[in-house]
Ligand binder design. Structure first.
Ligand code: UGA
Length: 445
């Protein structure tokens, strides 16, 4: 099939590249000319394991191309995927301006009947709005092409995006149209092996499913973070509790790891957008509000622990920070707990020597310049260089190289043997036996 993917962010780029890998002809369109130029050379603007190989191979085999012109792509496309951003508006609702702009352009440029697929995470009712916008512009120029808008949300995780796309748990196809249903079933057939992964439903059901999935996962995390806080107060080890409850299949081990808060471009934004949708319907989103509040509080936990130990004035102290990305496997700093922590520490005069296996460049770009200029934040060459002369180590992202550190080397390099662990990576007994003060999440120090 000839596929057009509009938007080359995480979702769009992975979708386009994986469909090309499956043998389709894919054009990815983006308004950002610099990004398109870079992509044409096979260079991914995001860090995602496996993506570069897929990109290069499919470009070389002429199945994958990039363009800045949606009008040109309309000449040959049959299925158009909308994968542009839906950033949060000031009030937390999803901002649909990019999605609707794409709809307008499709209405103006489509040359034949088309299936338009919403891949972006969009509020319930958006497929309808997209459909109306396209039809309005088609009518305006007297075109009578038949367009069907389908909701097909994406469930990929950063850092595992290729695998999630190639081996999905489920493929949600929201449409009431029999032809669109048939075409998309055909398109996804190679991903639908071994057992039935295709789930057909209405467009509104599909839109809601995406939000409900992310909100449920965020709820599990916030619930566990609250339990962890309680564990700390009661002298209970949350790691034992996690194992104890996770073994119940109805609860499961996934997404019950307490930590220093969830971040990224999805959970925070989607929980807030769902709260907004609820309020629009006159419903008080009690649970979702609490999920968001707990997460905000959780992002403060490490700073609170540090202030509790050292007081408000941190100007005489240097900290090592291991991990900046919002989770391992990505260089994404959006809504990362590291940022909240840095803001607190730097506001109190601390100096920080940070190391992240891949997010250093992103940090240089996204963190305030004055943090670097005033030497509050320094980026270290490697994880042990970050430890030189520090008063404490703070672990924020559980990258694999941080999981089994050389405690002897740590003790030699650090001025004080103090570790604040935001991801419960170490054994408290082992740490204390090695002479470390060790404070983690939900494990009494
Ligand atoms: C999330 C969902 O997991 C995907 O299914 C979804 O497709 C995606 O959002 C999206 O809507 O696009 P992602 O944001 O890449 O994926 O990251 P996750 O692996 O879900 O982690 C999110 C955050 O939760 C991270 O900050 C992580 O550290 C935190 N987390 C996760 C915990 O604090 N505890 C856990 O037990 C699990």
């Amino acid at each position: 099939m000839n596929l057009t993917i509009i938007g080359t962010g995480y979702v769009g780029l992975v979708t386009g590249t994986c469909f090309a890998e499956m043998g389709h002809h894919v054009t990815c369109v983006d308004v950002d000319a610099r990004k398109v130029a870079q992509l044409r050379q096979g260079k991914s603007p995001i860090f995602e394991p496996g993506l570069d190989d897929f990109l290069k191979r499919n470009i070389a085999q002429k199945r994958l191309s990039f363009s800045t012109s949606l009008a040109d792509a309309c000449d040959s496309g049959e299925v158009f995927f909308i994968a542009v951003g839906t950033p949060p508006d000031q009030d937390g609702s999803a901002d649909l301006q990019h999605v609707l702009e794409v709809a307008r352009q499709l209405g103006e440029h489509l040359k034949s009947d088309a299936i338009v697929v919403d891949k972006s995470t969009v509020p319930v009712g958006t497929a309808r709005m997209v459909q109306e916008t396209i039809e309005h512009h088609l009518q305006h120029r007297g075109a009578d092409h038949r367009v069907v808008v389908v909701s097909n949300p994406e469930f990929l995780k950063e850092g595992a995006a290729i695998n999630d796309f190639m081996k999905p748990d489920r493929i949600i196809i929201g449409t009431e149209d029999a032809h669109a249903r048939e075409r998309l079933a055909e398109l996804y057939a190679p991903f639908n092996r071994n057992h039935q992964r295709l789930l057909f439903m209405g467009t509104r059901d599909a839109e809601m499913t995406k939000y409900a999935a992310n909100a449920m996962l965020a709820t599990k995390i916030s619930f566990m973070n609250e339990v962890a806080h309680l564990c700390e107060a009661l002298g209970v080890d949350v790691e034992n509790v996690r194992l104890g409850i996770g073994s119940d299949e109805r609860i499961g081990y996934h997404f019950i790891y307490p930590g220093c808060g969830y971040g990224g471009s999805c959970f925070p934004k989607d929980v807030r957008a769902l709260c907004h949708m609820a309020r629009d319907q006159g419903i008080e989103p009690g649970i979702l509000d609490a999920v968001e509040r707990r997460n905000q509080a959780q992002k403060e936990r490490l700073a609170q622990k540090i202030i509790a130990r050292y007081g408000e004035d941190l100007s005489a102290l240097t900290f090592a920070l291991w991990g900046l990305a919002f989770k391992p496997g990505t260089d994404d700093l959006r809504e990362a707990p590291s940022r909240t922590l840095l803001e607190h520490l730097i506001a109190r005069g601390a100096r920080i020597q940070a190391y992240d296996p891949v997010a250093m460049e992103a940090a240089r770009e996204h963190f305030p310049k004055e943090w670097f200029d005033r030497r509050h934040l320094m980026l270290a060459e490697h994880q042990y260089a970050a430890l030189e002369g520090v008063d404490a180590l703070i672990l924020v992202t559980e990258w694999k190289p941080f999981r089994h550190p050389d405690l002897g080397a740590m003790a030699r390099l650090m001025r004080q043997r103090v570790v604040f662990d935001g991801r419960n990576q170490y054994d408290p007994h082992q740490m204390r036996a090695a002479g470390f003060y060790y404070d983690a999440i939900g494990r009494s120090s």
